[in-house]
Ligand binder design. Structure first.
Ligand code: ATP
Ligand code: MG
Length: 285
């Protein structure tokens, strides 16, 4: 015979579960210039967070060159496009990668989330509501550049990680991205991450210059997320279609991903009903 918990305790447990149910964080990873390492950053952070027992879902929102599946060693048969067309439900297309990371794969057939007809939108929202209950982080890999569809995703996300390398072209484009975002939403938290830095001085100079420009021209405070060094281990891992964090856990890049995931866990708080807020926002912008 099983003992029954007192009713008040049961209902407070239930209440606690309900309170936790849909809390999550929705983070979009973006850049001004292309090829600066966004997709590798998403894969590295997803792996580090998942290794720290966090439940991570990655959404590939680079509809032009969807490729995070390759970095996670996954081969999608079906994508979001099938969900939007009503041929599959979301759970059927989600792939499970290393450490339980779940990937929502995309394809170049999808134009924009924001131009969905009502039934496609409903299919997507209902699917996301179903997976929201067991997700701590939704990391969104976006396409490069200041396109309308990318900006809408960024505005809908809770916080943004902006990736730049120390190259002047990348820095200028990163600042251009901050300017556009600021013109739409002045309160959106932006975290600047310098990737592919040759050394700490170079990364710090890059961080300082972008932060100073944002402060001077926009009075916008940009948070620093630190740096990922230029690291050949990362390139080797990409060639082997595995994450650098798993393949070379002691490499400088892997250690940086781990340190940054710890900052994220400490600094970014759970948002109540985070998934829903994201999709509601996205369907309105
Ligand atoms: N820290 C690093 N050290 C060495 N190589 C790196 C580093 N980060 C990224 N790379 C390399 O830079 C290239 C671009 O990386 P990635 O595809 O992640 O960029 P991206 O910003 O997602 O590009 P796109 O804008 O096309 O989506 C890849 O060849 C990758 O292996
Ligand atoms: Mg990419």
């Amino acid at each position: 015979m099983t003992e029954q918990a007192p009713k008040s305790k049961m209902s407070s447990n239930k209440q606690q579960k309900e309170d936790q149910l849909f809390n999550s964080r929705v983070i979009a990873i973006t850049s001004g210039k292309g090829g600066v390492g966004k997709t590798n950053v998403v894969a590295g952070l997803a792996t580090s967070l998942a290794k720290a027992e966090q439940r991570v879902v990655v959404l590939d929102a680079d509809f032009g060159l969807a490729n995070i599946d390759i970095l996670l060693g996954l081969s999608p048969k079906h994508t979001l496009e099938h969900v939007l067309r009503g041929e599959r439900v979301l759970e059927e297309i989600i792939l499970e990668g290393p450490h339980g990371i779940r990937l929502i794969p995309s394809s170049s057939g999808i134009q924009e989330f924001t131009k969905l007809d009502t039934s496609a939108e409903l299919r997507l929202i209902q699917g996301l509501q179903r997976i929201a209950g067991n997700t701590d982080w939704l990391l969104i890999d976006t396409a490069a550049g200041i396109h309308n569809s990318v900006i809408k995703l960024l505005v809908a996300a809770q916080e943004i990680i902006l990736v730049s390398t120390p190259e002047p072209t990348s820095m200028v484009d990163a600042f251009a991205m901050v300017k556009v975002l600021h013109s739409i939403d002045q309160t959106k938290p932006i975290w600047l991450l310098i990737n592919n830095a040759l050394n700490r001085e170079e990364a710090e100079e890059t961080l300082d210059q972008i932060q100073a420009a944002a402060q001077h021209y926009l009075s916008k405070n940009i948070n620093s997320l630190g740096l990922i060094p230029s690291d050949n281990h990362l390139l080797q891992a990409v060639r082997q279609q595995q994450g650098v964090v798993d393949l070379f856990p002691d490499s400088p890049a892997a250690k940086a991903f781990q340190a940054i995931s710890e900052i994220l866990m400490e600094k970014i708080s759970l948002k109540k009903d985070g998934f829903n807020a994201f999709w509601k926002e996205l369907s309105q912008v």
